[in-house]
Structure formats: C-alpha cells, structure tokens
Ligand binder design. Structure first.
Ligand code: FES
Length: 178
C-alpha cells in the first residue's frame, strides 16, 4: 500500500541515504500516514522496502512516541505543556483546545478526525504556546487561532505545503494564552 500510494516519495527518501536502513524513521512516518497507524502490514512493508527484519522495524517504532500502533484520528494534535511553554500559559491554552474539541487528553473524536495529546518540548519554545498537527507546527496559539485551525482542518484539511499559520516571533504584545 505504501509503495502503491507513495512510490515517488519512497524513492525520494531512499535517495537521501547511502544505506536503505538509514531511511527507517522517515519511512515509518510515510507508512503511518498511508496506513493510518503502524499496522503489522505497514511494519512488514517498511521492512521489505528497507530489506530489514520486521522485528527490527517494530522495535524501532515502539521506541518513539511519534509512531502509533493503534488507530488514531486523521489529525494527531500534540500540544507542548513542558515547562518553558507552561510559563506562558500552555496548560491553560491546552485546556482551551480540549474544550473546543470536547475531548480529554489522549482521546480521539467520534468522527475520527482528531486525536489530541500533550507532549514534552517540541523545540519551538520561543513561539509558545505551540502545537503540532501531524508533522506541521502551529505557533503562538490562542483560543481564537485554535478555533480557526480546527475549522480549517474540518473544512479543507491540512495544507501539504506548510502551516496554516506562519511563524510569528514572540513580542511583548503576544498573548500568553491566559
Ligand atoms: S517547552 Fe514547549 S516547545 Fe519547548
């Protein structure tokens, strides 16, 4: 299924590495997007593409929190509530997001669109509160921006060419999320 749907992308990823096995992590991301989560079939296909033992592929995928082994929403929203972000109101902003979705941490919406979870540092502390939708970053989040983002995701999906909201450096006027 991965090769059927994303052959060009698979070949592009492989072209970046001198050895196939080095492409394991980006290949797992691609498989996860195509299969929805890392099913046994997905693991076996990645292993076949990279000429690895499926057990090795599975063990790597189990180690990292960004790989999922059970069904998730189409959009996985990861919200950083780590200390530097918490200092500018991330926990409060995360609660606002949960309220907008009507979900608790770790839950998936009934329509299958959203899974939401808090996470540790996303390496975007300077633009907190920050969240990730699948692999894209959305920064300086406020309740209004999160409402807008959810609406965009519901109506037109996640743009392939980058974040809906552009990078905006924090200034003295940037809301804190409180
Ligand atoms: S602590 Fe939140 S992005 Fe670094």
């Amino acid at each position: 299924m991965l090769l059927e749907q994303r052959r060009e992308k698979v070949e592009e990823i492989l072209s970046h590495y001198p050895q196939k096995r080095a492409a394991l992590m980006p290949m797992l991301y691609e498989a996860q997007e195509v299969y929805g989560y890392l099913t046994e079939e997905a693991i076996r296909e990645v292993a076949a593409i990279l000429e690895l033992d499926p057990t090795e592929v599975y063990s790597v995928s189990e180690f990292y929190s960004l790989y999922y082994h059970k069904p998730t929403g189409k959009y996985i929203i990861r919200f950083c509530t780590d200390m530097p972000c918490a200092l500018v109101g991330a926990e409060h902003a995360y609660q606002q997001l949960l309220n907008l979705l009507g979900l608790k941490n770790g839950e998936t919406s009934a329509d299958g669109l959203f899974t939401v979870e808090h996470c540790v540092c996303l390496a975007a502390c300077a633009t907190a509160p920050v969240l990730q939708v699948n692999r894209q970053f959305f920064e300086n989040m406020t309740e209004a921006k999160m409402r807008e983002l959810l609406e965009t995701l519901r109506t037109s999906g996640l743009p392939e060419d980058g974040p809906v909201m552009k990078f905006q450096p924090r200034t003295a006027d940037t809301p804190t999320g409180f």
